[in-house]
Design a protein around this ligand. Structure first.
Ligand SMILES: Cc1ncc(COP(=O)(O)O)c(C=O)c1O
Length: 425
């Protein structure tokens, strides 16, 4: 029976039963963590052989004869650029391969824009007074943390089923030249698993921002992270170039959740002008990234198809975890009519939408019962969920028995807070 159909007496009885179950839980002193989207050990083990593909000095040379043990090649070895170019469906000349973190490249791109400006801009972003970014919500907390650190004002843009609310994006960027960018995770977005439709991608390609130095930060972190077969999204870089917007998109990706989260490769793809500008300042920042790791990845995966095959092994490990969470939601929450959740076909997260005003309460109840969730509010700029109703669920790291125990507790906490809200109405 839906909680909304229960009378006061029924709700009080339900509360009594839930409180009793919760009190029993507290005695167990559990310690379960569903807070961050990390690959588990079995996933990391899938790539162990990658560590051994360079065995002798003979293995240390690229096709062009570059000794990867030495300084140089700031934008990445040609083979690694080719690998990412194939993966992102762009040209090799449009790619820079970086170190182990794409977040690091995004941070650097924003820092450079703040200090030196971008191609087509008259002044550095940091010399233009107050500047703003559009932030589709719920979104990735670390994107928002970069803006907050840089003093960039963030504007929430609601996410719809096929991507951000594009009417709002188009209107805002066309009116306000202090809006310099937007964060997008176009495939299996963090945390709601949304895949942008081709129409949404095209509307991005056709954007007509008032600011000549506007950039789309297109974080394709989950480009090949399909759980149920391949889903393709439209190619923003190509479409934007065809519409005279070639400098607008900056595409990012990494192998953090393909090979090793702490020792993978990252890449940026962009117009030649953008790549040249970044390369110039990169050459001052570093003499080069870890080319041994770049060559190791290329020798191990060989090409984009090699990566796609490898991702099927990740999917086999991740699928049952996503299904454990979704089955629990269907069993415990659906019959009560108190929540909605995303059912992602890939990526690393599920978004749970509960009774408004309850997310912080559920986070705390779960924490006290030994289950660490991503803090309520984290998927929003400044950590503020205006409705206090979204929780990000990260199923990848715990084992299935741990996950199952944790999600049952989460459901209990969701029920407790929902009953409390109905009783307080
Ligand atoms: C959307 C998104 N972008 C970037 C990252 C981090 O990427 P990297 O490990 O390449 O820095 C994550 C990690 O969770 C993510 O969810």
């Amino acid at each position: 029976m839906f909680y909304s159909q229960m009378n006061k007496e029924q709700l009080l009885n339900e509360k009594k039963s839930l409180d009793k179950q919760y009190a029993e839980l507290l005695k167990k002193e559990l310690k379960l963590d569903m807070s961050r989207g990390k690959p588990d050990t079995a996933q990391l083990d899938l790539s162990t052989d990658l560590l051994a593909v360079i065995k002798t000095e003979k293995d240390c040379y690229t096709e062009k004869g570059v000794d990867v043990r030495n300084y140089g090649v700031v934008d990445g070895i040609s083979e690694a650029k080719k690998l990412f170019a194939e993966l992102l469906d762009v040209n090799e000349d449009n790619v820079i391969v970086g170190g182990c973190s794409s977040l690091n490249i995004m941070y650097d791109e924003i820092t450079r824009a703040m200090m030196f400006g971008v191609v087509g801009g008259k002044k550095p972003w940091g010399a233009q007074g107050k500047i703003k970014f559009l932030c589709p919500v719920p979104g990735y907390d670390r994107h928002f943390a970069i803006c907050e650190l840089m003093g960039i004002e963030m504007i929430n843009i609601p996410m719809k089923k096929d991507g951000p609310d594009m009417d709002m994006v188009e209107r805002l960027v066309s009116e306000d030249d202090s809006i310099k960018g937007i964060w997008c995770v176009p495939k299996y977005s963090n945390p709601d698993g949304c895949v942008y439709s081709d129409k949404t991608v095209m509307r991005f390609a056709f954007l007509k921002p008032k600011a000549p130095d506007f950039r789309i930060f297109w974080d394709n972190a989950y480009a090949v992270h399909d759980l149920y077969g391949e889903i393709k999204i439209a190619n923003l870089l190509k479409s934007a170039a065809e519409n005279g917007n070639e400098n607008m998109p900056l595409i990012f990706t990494s192998t953090s959740k393909i090979s090793f989260a702490g020792a993978g490769l990252s890449a940026m793809a962009a117009s030649k002008a953008n790549i040249e500008k970044t390369k110039k300042s990169l050459g001052i920042q570093t003499i080069g990234f870890d080319k041994i790791n770049q060559l190791r990845h290329v020798k191990y995966f060989k090409n984009a198809d090699g990566i796609r095959e490898h991702m099927k092994k990740h999917a086999a490990l991740l699928r049952p975890k996503f299904e454990t969470v979704l089955n629990a939601f269907n069993t415990h929450l659906k019959p009560l009519g108190i929540s909605e959740w995303s059912e992602p076909k890939g990526g690393y997260f599920i978004s749970l939408s509960i009774t408004a005003g309850s997310a912080k309460r559920v986070y705390q109840l779960a924490k006290d019962a030994g289950v660490t969730l991503t803090p309520a509010g984290a998927p929003f700029p400044y950590g503020i969920d205006p409705e206090d109703k979204i929780l990000r669920i990260a199923p990848s790291y715990p084992t299935i028995p741990e996950l199952s125990a944790a999600v049952d507790i989460l459901c209990l906490c969701v029920k407790m807070s929902a009953v409390e809200s109905y009783l307080n109405k």
